[in-house]
Design a protein around this ligand. Sequence first.
Ligand code: LMR
Length: 396
Amino acid sequence: LFSAIEMAPRDPILGITEAFNADQNPAKVNLGVGVYYDDNGKVPLLECVKKAEALLIEKYAPRTYLPIEGLAAYDRAVQDLVFGADSAVVTEKRAITAQAIGGTGALKLGADFLQRFSPQSQVYISDPSWENHRALFESAGFTVNNYPYYDANTRGVNFEAMLAALKDMPSASIVLLHACCHNPTGADLSTEQWTQIIEVITSRGLIPFLDMAYQGFGDGIEADGQVVRRFAAAGGPLFVSNSFSKSFSLYGERVGALSIVAASAEEAGRIMSQLKRVIRTNYSNPPSHGGQVVATVLSTPELRQLWEEELAGMRVRIREMRAAFVSKLKEQAPAHQFDFVMQQRGMFSYSGLNKEQVGKLRELHSIYAVDTGRICVAALNSKNIDKVITAIASVL
Ligand code: LMR
């Protein structure tokens, strides 16, 4: 049975963490995976999370099964956060939300659901996109194509080409979009460009699937959530996967959600009944701890306030690291231009480093980045940045 099984390649992102963990160099730096580290190089445990956990421990609640679609208070809090409590899709009960095992789990639920009810559709992801998008939708049975997105010459979005590709897609194509903080490039669309994208997607009967894993890391919670709200206001169908891994620093708790917007409350009820079948046949029902923590924070005004402040702190520190990255490289590699790093949003920078340069960083300096040149700016800190800049300048 097993003799013909070939060795699978390492995961392009998590495989880097495996190699990093095996590296004995004490000065190693992991700029691969999208994880926020504080200035001491530690993954923070947020104060709002500590306080919510203290409240939960006091209750000593029994650990029963959650409903298939997750904790009701969590699903409600996610809807309010993602769509706005007073949005039409929430007040008219046209949106359904199911707790999911991280943002990845939410994407997989959406992909499996779509494979059951729109199997003839093909999926379109940005070129480039998060490495796992293609694999996830292919493993759900879809053909996955790219639409043009990043322009290496301008370091921005090739908007005209993207729009033209959308206009060319067959109706009912599934279009995966990054709601904010594009992963891996950090290049986002402008408000005006989104207006045109929403118009084309809606009028052509395409199915938008918004992935929002970094809400709050771009320009703020409200600002980063605007794209989802604007799509929701344009009417369904709409799929939204969101994650609290980064914004609550709850990576290992796997807390995310899938929301679907339908045309009516009655349709939404039928969708939820089918989504529950997808969940039940995959993992039955989600784990409870992370969902309890997020629901507690989002529904307790003081904790919610604290979360917003802590998230703003992470956002500001990343921006400071971007600025330091640019100015230090200007000193050490004046022939090269890195100002574009300041325009990028979220945790990542598509640095322009090529595969060979990334390989040299790893082999000569124990600095780990994704082969495409994506670096996680949120892993830079005041102690490691000089080493990183010197190393980058030496491989340019
Ligand atoms: C990333 O892009 O590095 C993160 O989303 C982590 C992951 O699961 O790949």
